[in-house]
Design a protein around this ligand. Structure first.
Ligand code: ADP
Length: 595
């Protein structure tokens, strides 16, 4: 979706095919206003009757009927208008939220991760929600509140132009008072939104970090930060209110005081013989009817502002640069990966991770990336999965630049399992099925068995139907990893990337898991990142990456001979393993396992 800039244009844009409901809502509101004017006409006629003679019941009743019908029309059409405006408001909310979630899919992962979950929630849920009430009410109420005074004023002009104008005597004074009050409104509202965002993020940080706060006994300090920001927000809003309440009440008292102008003028006109008592009475009644709409003005300004800010935040997200995508699926000659002269940094102001990286992963080969932490191993994996785009250079699969491959095709081709495995709060079976939504139950169970999930799932009371808990909170790191591996096994993609995918797996299960992974990855282009070097020693090509550069590459034996750093890493690893094996008194045969 291409986003629109202005608030009104954006609202219409998001209304999409429900735009006509907004139009119907306005039309119904106009009918409601027209109905609302009928009682004035009826009252006028009744007054006339009384001034002329003592009217009979038959003379009065039709006008009373007109008043009642007008009132009924007003209420019924107002109700219908509000119904239509609510329907369109909720569809606008839905369209905005869908547009935001679609956008998230097309954004580079970096942009998605640059906001916390709390910040995303604040835009997609809270900010968008603020639009509903004003939007649903602004259309019908706005129409009648703008139209009614105009119609009433036109009617008054017909009665007597001078009388009509005198009803507006207080408007300039009230306008000046409101003008002074609203002088800093935009900047104050801006500060208010910032303060509100700040207090929201502190509250979210406090609740999300409660585990760390408790573990490190930081409850007093953290609570203080939380309490301070809540207090600051309260002080800000109260100060703003205090600075405006005087003028606000003065304006609210002056602006709708139509009687101050119309009474003296009307009496003078009457005394001069230019106005009948009936017309004077009607003029006074009509002038009173504009008080409500004028008072609505204050609420409308606030409502408009909240819509404006919500739309601004939404448009900001929708305006973020997307990963460029082609739509047509491209036939690839094979699934060999070629990284050529790649330059990359995570942001404009962050240090470059790669400055001219070259790496070949031939079709069906097994490549392992090893090296000190922070060297860029995971970044290589993420760039191949196109979570980010390279700054310069290219990554090709089967000879085609991955930027030219549709994201859906790329996602089908690449299985990516990392340390952080998000599980949805649905059953464990469904979590595995995500790898291949059309898979039969038998296929899912087979994948789960291959990933060694059976053993821990059988211990759970509800077995396969156990809900994973939010973000898989009910499972251990190793168990989550095994579910993620089962997903990858089920997906059966031609390119498999395992970024420390078995790091949390306990040594007892690791050998068997590795054997399953070996079966899964047979004939596929496989990239494994692992710090347990024993698990990757049989790779076709072990690549040592240090500070974004390839320091050495080759088979395990070649690397032991050629790279001092690799040798040191290997010895440290073997030392750690034998120490741990000695402690456990077990024979660590999995050292020899194959991936
Ligand atoms: P490795 O996998 O070898 O430990 P990474 O690829 O994770 O290394 O990181 C390479 C460099 O990129 C490090 O300096 C790290 O701090 C930085 N880095 C990693 N992820 C991000 C990110 N999301 N935003 C900014 N910098 C990052």
């Amino acid at each position: 979706m291409k986003q629109k800039k202005g608030t009104f244009a954006s609202v219409l844009f998001f209304a999409g095919q429900y735009r006509w409901k907004m139009v119907v809502s306005v039309a119904l509101a106009i009918c409601s206003v027209a109905g609302g004017l009928l009682p004035y006409l009826g009252v006028y006629r009744i007054i006339l009757l009384f001034f002329e003679e003592t009217p009979s019941k038959e003379q009065i009743l039709p006008w009373i009927g007109l008043c009642a019908a007008g009132y009924l029309i007003k209420q019924v059409f107002h109700g219908l208008s509000t119904t239509f405006s609510h329907i369109s408001a909720y569809h606008i909310l839905e369209n905005i939220r869908l547009a935001l979630s679609e956008k998230l899919m097309r954004l580079p992962l970096g942009d998605t991760l640059s906001k916390t979950a709390g910040e995303w929630k604040s835009v997609i849920v809270d900010r968008v929600e603020t639009i509903e009430l004003p939007l649903a009410h602004m259309v019908p109420e706005g129409t009648s509140n703008l139209l009614l005074p105009v119609c009433v004023f036109a009617y008054m002009l017909v009665i007597d132009p001078l009388l009509a104008l005198s009803a507006l005597a207080c408007v300039p004074i009230g306008g000046i008072v409101y003008g002074i009050m609203m002088k800093n409104y935009s900047s104050q509202y801006d500060k208010y939104m910032k303060a509100s965002n700040h207090v929201n993020s502190v509250i979210i940080e406090y609740t999300e970090g409660i585990q760390v706060i408790k573990a490190f006994n930081q409850s007093t300090g953290s609570y203080q930060k939380y309490a301070n920001s809540v207090e600051e927000f309260k002080n800000f809003t109260l100060d703003w209110f205090r600075s405006t309440w005087g003028l606000m009440n003065l304006g609210a008292a002056i602006l709708p005081s139509t009687l101050l102008g119309i009474l003296p003028t009307g009496i003078l006109l009457y005394l001069a013989g230019n106005l009948t008592p009936a017309r004077l009475t009607l003029g006074i009644i009509l002038s009173l009817s504009v008080i409500g709409p004028v008072s609505w003005f204050n609420t409308a300004v606030n409502d408009y502002k909240s819509i404006q800010y919500a739309i601004r935040d939404v448009n900001e997200v929708l305006g973020l640069a997307e990963l460029l995508e082609t739509k047509e699926e491209i036939p690839l000659k094979d699934f060999g990966i070629s990284i050529k002269q790649v330059y990359f940094s995570y942001g404009k102001r962050t240090k470059e991770v790669f400055r001219g990286l070259d790496l070949e992963l031939p079709q069906g080969s097994y490549t392992a990336l090893v090296g000190p932490s922070g060297g860029g191993k995971s970044t290589v994996a993420r760039l191949i999965a196109r979570f980010w785009d390279v700054t310069e250079g290219s990554i090709t699969i089967g000879g085609t630049d991955i930027r030219k491959i549709p994201l859906t095709q790329l996602a089908k081709m690449v299985s990516y399992v990392s340390q952080e495995n998000f599980l949805f709060n649905c059953s464990l079976l469904e979590n595995i099925r995500l790898g291949k939504p059309e898979a039969s139950e038998r296929e899912v169970l087979e994948a789960a068995r291959a990933a060694k999930c059976e053993e821990f799932i059988s211990r759970l009371e509800k077995g396969w139907d156990t809900l994973a808990g939010e973000a898989g909170a009910k499972l251990s790191g190793g168990e989550r990893q095994r579910i993620a591996i089962a997903r990858a096994i089920l997906k059966d993609a031609p390119v498999v990337i395992l970024d420390e995918a078995t790091a949390f797996t306990d040594p007892e299960n690791e050998a068997q898991l590795q054997a399953s992974i070996a079966r899964l990855t047979k004939g596929k282009t496989l990239l494994v990142i692992a710090h347990r070097l024993s698990t990757i020693k049989d790779a076709d090509n072990i690549v040592l990456i240090n500070k974004g550069n390839i320091e050495a590459a080759g088979s395990h034996e070649q690397m032991l001979r050629a790279s001092k750093l690799y040798r040191q890493m290997w010895e440290a690893h073997i030392g750690a393993k034998s120490w741990s094996a000695g402690n456990k008194g077990t024979d660590r045969k999995e050292d020899m396992c194959h991936v």
